[in-house]
Design a protein around this ligand. Structure first.
Ligand SMILES: C[S@@+](CC[C@H](N)C(=O)[O-])C[C@H]1O[C@@H](n2cnc3c(N)ncnc32)[C@H](O)[C@@H]1O
Ligand code: SF4
Length: 474
């Protein structure tokens, strides 16, 4: 059955780290005043209770990994560091001036690019600057991601002294042939040295990022990679499907299409990796993520408190994510805003004294309801709209879009509920797409994600007739 489903549901789907997804954001965008209002609303809702989460984007990388789809500025020139940190601290001050009280920070993640592109001295300057006027909440969770090659003892110590206890290493794949294809030579010995060093310094949680579907990956190379991973035993793993968008990323145009595992071959790589990880005690969390028993992510999944934001899965359920730096995305729950995408445009806007907004979206009432259901499915694999506050007309159409998946054993539909089965978990994205009203309404997105506009029209008509009949019967 799994193989047939892999074929049938091989169309791409958004990762749903947000709803609406970025391509569906309103073209009206968001003004500086609307953004300030949305931030204050998010602050008043959650600062005293759950606190807020922060993300900081460091866009620079010394390396150029050809597979990479991140927002990265490749350079060897470290004179970029100082003006960028100055801008981050200025942007931070602009937020602090807007909030009506002292901010409580529960979670901070520094990502990129490569945060350890910054010197240890500059990392310390950044952290000290951020926390000079805000509270670190008790039990705060500070994490950063890094490329093992550019991580030194001094970097790890600077971050540890700043309160960081979690480190995420980009591994991708250990096979030398695959590494050559993606221009990322990185030996097992080097990775082991950095992982051991981090643990010795006192980091209590180590995450690895792996990717399947890279050029020249085979079942044999994945087996070998996962065996090496098992030796180092990270607490958590992200096992991402390679996203191939050569029209957007020049590096990806260097790959030969025939070297890329797709469809069943790609799914088999994931299935193999998953089976190996599960055989030694890792548990799949939602989609793409694994954790060992006892890890906070695993416990959150077990107790139904898992959350998902732009960073992926987290055990922390803060409502507001405040993001600094180029291309980063903030979320107040009621509104999203993305910063200027390049470091140059970002620094310029901040130096001119305005929030460096590139685009944004104010959520409609329908967006807020659908967002809740997509979040429930991604985190708990079930959702219900028995509560009228969680109902919107679109859900009648959603149920019809899911009927075929029910026939395929992927979901169980109730009158006002959906539950994902074991067989449906690998297809969470496809299941969430049934709730994505904006995707189905858009010509360009329905084309990009291979969903049929004619079928969509049929669903809408059927839902309208069913509603009419129900109303007549009352
Ligand atoms: C900012 S990078 C990680 C930190 C660091 N720069 C490094 O490379 O080690 C974030 C992660 O995104 C994932 N990623 C990047 N490009 C991807 C793509 N095209 N498809 C799937 N995952 C991708 C990789 O697993 C990568 O580790
Ligand atoms: S994978 Fe990491 S190091 Fe490589 S280019 Fe992307 S962000 Fe930079």
């Amino acid at each position: 059955m799994a193989t047939n489903l892999a074929e049938k549901y091989s169309n791409p789907g958004p990762r749903y780290t947000s709803y609406p997804t970025i391509p569906s954001w309103s073209t009206d965008g968001i003004t500086q005043e609307q953004w300030k209002e949305a931030m204050v609303k998010g602050f008043n809702d959650s600062n005293e209770t759950s606190g807020i989460s922060m993300y900081i984007h460091i866009p620079y990388c010394e390396n150029y990994c050809y597979f990479c789809g991140c927002n990265a500025h490749r350079t060897q020139d470290h004179s970029y560091e100082d003006p960028y940190i100055d801008a981050l601290l200025k942007e931070w001050q602009m937020y602090l001036d807007v909030f009506p009280g002292t901010l409580n920070v529960k979670e901070l993640h520094i990502g990129g690019g490569t945060p350890t592109f910054l010197s240890p001295r500059n990392l310390t300057r950044l952290i000290d600057g951020l926390f000079s006027h805000v509270n670190r909440m008790e039990g705060h969770i500070f994490s950063f991601e890094t490329n093992p090659r550019s991580t030194t003892r001094e970097h790890l110590e600077a971050l540890y002294n700043g309160g960081f206890r979690r480190v995420s290493f980009g591994i991708q794949d250990f096979d030398p042939i695959v590494q050559k294809e993606i221009n990322r030579p990185q030996s097992f010995e080097l990775v082991k040295e950095k992982v051991d060093l981090a643990r010795q310094i006192g980091f209590t949680s180590v995450n690895f990022d792996l990717v399947y579907g890279l050029p020249k990956q085979t079942l044999a190379t994945i087996t070998d990679t996962i065996e090496k991973v098992m030796e180092l035993r990270p607490d958590r793993l992200a096992f991402y499907a390679y996203g191939h968008n050569p029209h957007m990323y020049e590096g990806q145009r260097r790959f030969k299409e025939e070297d890329l595992p797709v469809g069943d071959a790609k799914q088999e790589l994931y299935d193999k990796g998953r089976a190996m990880l599960e055989s030694i005690g890792y548990h799949e969390i939602g989609m793409d993520h694994f954790a060992i028993e006892g890890d906070a992510l695993y416990e959150a999944a077990k107790s139904g408190t898992l959350h998902r934001n732009f960073m992926g899965y987290t055990e922390n359920t803060t409502q507001m994510m405040l993001a600094l730096g180029s291309s980063s995305i903030s979320d107040t729950w009621y509104a999203f805003a993305q910063n200027e995408r390049t470091d140059g445009a970002y620094i310029k806007a901040v130096n001119e004294g305005r929030f460096p907004l590139h685009r944004g979206h104010l959520l409609t009432d329908e967006d807020l309801v659908l967002r809740r259901h997509i979040l429930n499915l991604m985190c708990r694999q079930e959702t219900s709209w028995a509560d009228p506050k969680l109902y919107t007309d679109e859900l009648d159409v959603t149920l019809m879009r899911l009927e075929d998946m029910q026939n395929d054993g992927m979901v169980v539909l109730g009158e006002k509920s959906v539950r994902v089965t074991e067989a449906g978990i690998p297809y969470l994205r496809n299941i969430c797409m049934a709730f994505d009203a904006l995707l189905w309404r858009s010509d360009s997105l329905s084309k990009a994600y291979n969903v049929s506009r004619d079928i969509q029209k049929g669903y809408i008509e059927k839902a309208r007739l069913a509603k009419e009949q129900k109303e007549k019967a009352l």
